[in-house]
Every structure is written in C-alpha cells, then in structure tokens.
Write a protein that binds this ligand. Structure first.
Ligand SMILES: [Zn+2]
Length: 262
C-alpha cells in the first residue's frame, strides 16, 4: 500500500479529542498511556541517504535517536488503535526507515512483518514554518504511516486499490489516528452532503471516524479496527454495526455528522 501522502497545511490549533492519546504541551513530546511502556516495539534501522540536503539535515536534527523516536510514536499509534497491549495486534518485527530524495512525502511498504517507511527529503526540505511546525508536520505524517504498520486489515473483500472500500478504510483510519493523536485539526474539514463520501478516504473518512469516537463511542476506532477480525466480508456498514449495534446505519450516521458540522 505504498502511496503518496498529500501533506496538509500546518495548523496552529491542536484539537485534543482523546486525552489518553494527547500530547504533552510542555515539552511537545508525544505521550501515551503507561500500560504501553511494556509493549515491545520493533527494532528500528534508519538510513539517511540524503544527509547533506536541507531535508536530510532536518531529519537528522528532528530525529537524533531513531530507535527512541519511533518507539514513542509507535506506542502513541498503538494506544490510539488498540485498547490494551493484550489485544490482537498486527505484528511488526522490524521497522526500517529510509530518507531519500523523491517526489512525494512518505510511504509505507514492506513484506510480511517487516515494515519500511520512506521519507522524502525533498518534501521535508520544502516544509515552511517554525521548527516546531515542521516537527509537528513530520510527526503527523509518520503517525499516519505507522498506523499502516500496526492497523488490522479488512478480510473477504478486494485488496487495497485507490477508491475501493479497503483503501478508504486503510487511509481513513490512518488520518483518524493522526487527528486523534493531535496532529490534524477537524475544523479544516468543510461539510459535504454527497452520499458515500465516507468512502472518500484520508481526512474525509478519518474526520468522520474521529467524530464517531467523540459522539458515539470513545472506543469506536479501536473496536472498528478489531471489527476486521469478526466481520467477513468486511464493509464500513458491517464494521459500524459491529461496534454500534445492528440497528445503526452508516448513511444515517454520515448525515448526522454532516448536519452537526453545518
Ligand atoms: Zn496512507
């Protein structure tokens, strides 16, 4: 599911939707519930192949200790996606980071349990704003990519292909985690009443999923992730009903969400 991520505007306001996954504003380091300290995150390799470029220099400055940095971000993602370390968690045995010059922002690939995340030095070098703005944008994109490493995947339906339901789930959940972890602002989103827009992916799907967390069930995203283990063939409707009950209807929830944002 390697893809390009469209870098979003850096926003000044941090919307804290889930206190358990919030950020510590005093030192700006991501924080997560202490229960995740004991979870064994995978070993990390970091290969900066463009160290003399602006983006390569920024990466070296912002990520001086890749093992610690990615372990912390991994636990932030895991605590947003899972209720506890004893849940059924998608296993990751190794996390390989490559910083290189290419056209894009970042992408996740890999085979089996070995995950590779590419970071574009070209993209990182072009980000503007304060050092903290740039650090926050990088971390937000990495939270999105790390979600791909740890999230469960739908079963019984066609695999990841841009525009399909599997794709909307994968990319929507990744942006929902990014939002809930404090790296996107829901107020950036403009309402759109068009039917099936929850299948639009990325932030349009992600902000809807975050709204369901806020307004329907604080554990919605965690249970929605787990629904892939129980609902086959998986669908958004089936996933939502698994979490919120058989009487719930995703199209009705979408309309309620849209109306709440007018
Ligand atoms: Zn993605």
């Amino acid at each position: 599911m390697k893809h390009r991520y469209l870098a979003t505007l850096v926003v000044a306001t941090i919307t804290l939707l889930a206190p358990a996954c919030s950020r510590d504003d005093d030192n700006l380091a991501p924080t997560y519930p202490a229960a995740w300290d004991a979870y064994a995150t995978p070993p990390v390799t970091s290969d900066n192949r463009d160290p003399t470029s602006e983006g390569g220099r920024r990466y070296a400055t912002l990520v001086p200790d890749p093992e610690a940095y990615f372990s912390t971000l991994s636990r932030l993602v895991l605590s947003t996606l899972y209720a506890s370390p004893s849940d059924t968690i998608n296993p990751v045995s190794a996390l390989n980071i490559i910083v290189r010059d290419y056209d894009g922002a970042a992408g996740k690939s890999g085979y089996g349990t070995v995950v590779q995340i590419d970071i574009s030095s070209r993209w990182l070098g072009k980000l503007t704003g304060t050092t903290d703005d740039i650090r926050r944008e990088l971390e937000g994109v990495l939270v999105h990519e790390l979600t791909h490493a740890y999230q469960l995947e739908p079963r019984g339906i066609p695999g990841y292909s841009q525009g399909n339901e599997f794709w909307a789930y994968i990319e929507g959940c990744a942006d929902a985690v990014r939002l809930l972890a404090g790296y996107l602002d829901a107020d950036d989103y403009l309402p759109d009443l068009e039917r099936k827009k929850y299948l639009a992916g990325y932030s349009i799907t992600g902000f809807f999923l975050a709204w369901l967390v806020q307004h329907k069930d604080p554990d919605f995203l965690r249970r929605f992730n787990q629904s892939t283990l129980h609902v086959t063939p998986w669908s958004f409707q089936g996933g939502v009903r698994h979490v919120l009950g058989p009487q719930s209807d995703i199209d009705q929830l979408w309309i309620e969400y849209q109306n709440s944002r007018k």
